[in-house]
Ligand binder design. Structure first.
Ligand code: PMT
Length: 221
């Protein structure tokens, strides 16, 4: 039988984009398809983890054995994450979260008028940073989507947000990152790093999950 090194492990994974409403028919979002996060959920379940998958709006089937919680806005993803994280052993933030939301969502559809229009945006809470600041925090893995100086920005994010690990992807490459089947990751932790070369997101998820399992076991034993 296949080894189940994550048996008994509660895992929470965020995946997909968040949407910030502008008015009843419009929103701000990004190109995340959810593929990377869903592949991680599938790989974790295969290793025996009990997976809660907090998902933004995507067009993907729920991986077998995972419990899926559908959300739309960043605030909804934040609320679900902060409810589940205290009961989790491992938390992985793969969602592409909107950093800003519309300050005042219009109750009615906004009418076309002037040549220019302005939207005021306000900062959203940082979900993975809030989880990493919990008193009884899980082992926390973040992602970093960068278009330049990938390693440098990723290591800075890991330290600033108090993460145990960070998986960086260069999203300026057209054949990896957002909304495609492949990705490549550069993974960092406090005293090590590993390159996971370009591959199908599911293969990459299996490799990253092995790495997370090793580091998690190392930190908890
Ligand atoms: O969904 P796919 O199409 O498969 O694409 C995969 C991906 C490129 C979206 C994925 O691999 C990825 O990089 N996800 C993180 C995208 C992102 O928003 O990165 P960031 O560098 O802006 O954020 C850094 C980290 O903070 C991430 O773990 C993010 O989930 C988290 N974050 C960011 C903002 C916020 N308000 N709350 C957060 O938790």
């Amino acid at each position: 039988p296949p080894a189940k090194p994550l048996a008994g492990c509660q895992m929470t994974i965020t995946a997909g984009p968040t949407r910030e409403a502008i008015d009843p028919v419009r929103y701000i979002s990004n190109y995340s398809s959810g593929k990377m996060g869903y592949a991680l959920a599938q790989a974790a379940a295969k290793l025996g983890a009990q997976v809660s998958l907090i998902s933004g709006p995507v067009h993907l089937a729920t991986p077998a054995g995972c419990q899926r919680i559908d959300v739309s806005s960043t605030q909804q993803m934040y609320d679900a994450a902060l409810r589940l994280a205290p009961k989790s052993d491992i938390f992985i933030a793969c969602a592409a979260v909107a950093d800003y939301r519309v300050a005042a969502v219009a109750e009615q559809k906004i009418k076309k008028s002037d040549e220019q229009m302005r939207l005021t945006l306000v900062r959203n809470p940082d979900i993975v940073a809030a989880v990493a600041n919990l008193a009884d925090k899980p082992f926390v893995v973040g992602f970093a989507a960068e278009t330049q100086d990938v390693a440098c920005y990723a290591k800075d994010k890991m330290q600033r947000k108090h993460l145990d690990m960070i998986a960086a992807n260069d999203v300026s490459q057209p054949d990896s990152g957002f909304n495609v089947d492949d990705n490549a990751l550069h993974v960092f932790w406090a005293d090590g790093e590993q390159l996971l070369p370009r591959a199908d997101k599911y293969q990459l998820a299996e490799q990253l999950m092995q790495l997370i399992t090793t580091r998690y076991q190392h930190e908890t034993n």
